[in-house]
Design a protein around this ligand. Sequence first.
Ligand code: ATP
Ligand code: MG
Length: 601
Amino acid sequence: MASSTHNPDRPDAASDRYPVIHKGPVPGRVEPNLQDYDATRAGFTWQAIRAELNGLPNNQGINIAYEAVDRHLAKGRGDKIALRWLGKTGDCREFSFDDLYRQTNRVANLLQTLGIQKGDRVFVLCTRIPALYIAALGTLKHRAVFCPLFSAFGPEPIAERVNAGDGRVLVTTRRLYEKKIAPFRDSMPKLEFVLLVDEAGEEVDIPGTLDLLALMGEASDAYTIGPTDPEDMALLHFTSGTTGKPKGAIHVHQAVLMHYMTGKYALDLHEDDIFWCTADPGWVTGTSYGIISPLLHGVTMLVDEPDFDGPRWYSILQEQKVTVWYTAPTAIRMLMKLGTDLAKQYTHPSLRFVASVGEPLNPEAVVWGQQALGLPIHDNWWQTETGGIMIANLPALDIRPGSMGRPLPGVTACIVRRLEGGGIEEVDAPGEEGELVLKPGWPSMFRGYLHNEERYDRCFVDGWYLTEDLAMRDADGYFWFVGRADDVIKSAGHLIGPFEVESALIEHPAVAEAGVIGVPEPTLGQMVKAFVSLNPGYAPSEALKRELLGHARKRLGAAVAPKEIAFEEKLPKTRSGKIMRRLLKARETGETLRDTSTLED
Ligand code: ATP
Ligand code: MG
């Protein structure tokens, strides 16, 4: 991005259409100092956060799993339910902190017996079954590196990641093994141990594999965590592959400070919360907030085994008395598509707010949340690389629909433009668009891309981390997402962020989802083209196309509105639920797509 534009349409126009949602203090819930956000930021220190955690006994450092599990036992929370697992066939299993403590100790001892060393990579390819969570925490206790793989990956992306990460151990299920590993085992020559778990808890006896549960049963349930340096590698997370080949981001044990801080401020977690994060641990949200952060705060966390199911999800919110719910724009848009009537059939008086991450949250979705769920939806912005939430709508802050919120305490964010000769320059006028950059120094900042130092180095300029996302900051310090730098459209001299166009289209009652790209065009440079999927009750037609084009033109003006619209049954998405605009683009230009390993079926 060489230049930036000022778009006077944002955010004032947006806030006219979407009035600010004012929130008073939530009695007895939100940290009182959060009501004075600036004071919280000004008084914030990482030392104070560190002091709220324990650290390993005898000053042996800091270990994520110790903070998440073991320390609760000393605090008398051993019997408290840490994990409530809801299986797809209706069964429910509960694990107290004490159960997790013993089971994760068994995993750590088992790894020890296998000769797995500190820093060795343990890959986990599981559907959302309890063994996944136990293996993750046991691996961290043993100071091996937890490397999650999304269970819907095909054999090739699995082998590629295991090989790239020099995986010595793979924990997986019988079914996934038979389908995706066994026929390809030779392609992973460095993989020494495959630990299998049968989904139904049956014994497994497959040559070349070990039975995880049986071996855990033989292992001791006592384990002493070894010295863990805050900089010891803890997690290897592959990015979503939205813009290209997924990158392996390395995170260290001291990331736990960030998991804790963001759980406190952004998610407002308290010990008596019932917290549900719908993300799969195959993606960073599902690890940072689907395992670590809630456990750090001693809450009861829910895990639901199956994938999205509107009525099921509503009944979980209701019956489990969920208090804080963390999900994604794609899920919210699917609930919107199922209609307000369905939403209104359920109540969830315990639920305080919904948090959302992964993609821009359309203002229309925030308004829908108020109307249909009666709840504020808090947008959160962050990346695999940042390891934790960076910019968010905090519980005590008013919501500006369409805005990502403000940087969290301890986070310094800024908008810059890249200069022609290298270097960057701050864009300080409110409302002016540029690249979002972050000042390194927060604990969960990634420490590298696996085997790609050059790519990592390119992420930094003049002491700032470049996010490759475009955004702008308004006069009150709220950040507004514009688009990924890769996705920004240059049409007749205008820079157009796809998010704004998509959000305008979604305002139309016929539109469920929209993906907007620039298509090469001789006079304009790029022409704005939109792909939309429709809500139930609407069918593609030329008349509807004209109506949508007219609606967008009225909302956005002729320069920004799409010139063409195509109807799609379903938009192409990554398996983590992000619209894959690069696929739409490649289809238009006849280019061959680079990596499609994370493309949804
Ligand atoms: P890759 O880096 O492989 O192309 P990815 O960037 O989608 O994939 P993730 O790290 O999972 O991988 O996603 C981070 C990106 O998701 C952000 O850089 C941003 O573009 C988008 N994102 C996340 N949260 C938000 C949000 N609240 N609003 C807008 N965009 C968001
Ligand atoms: Mg990215």
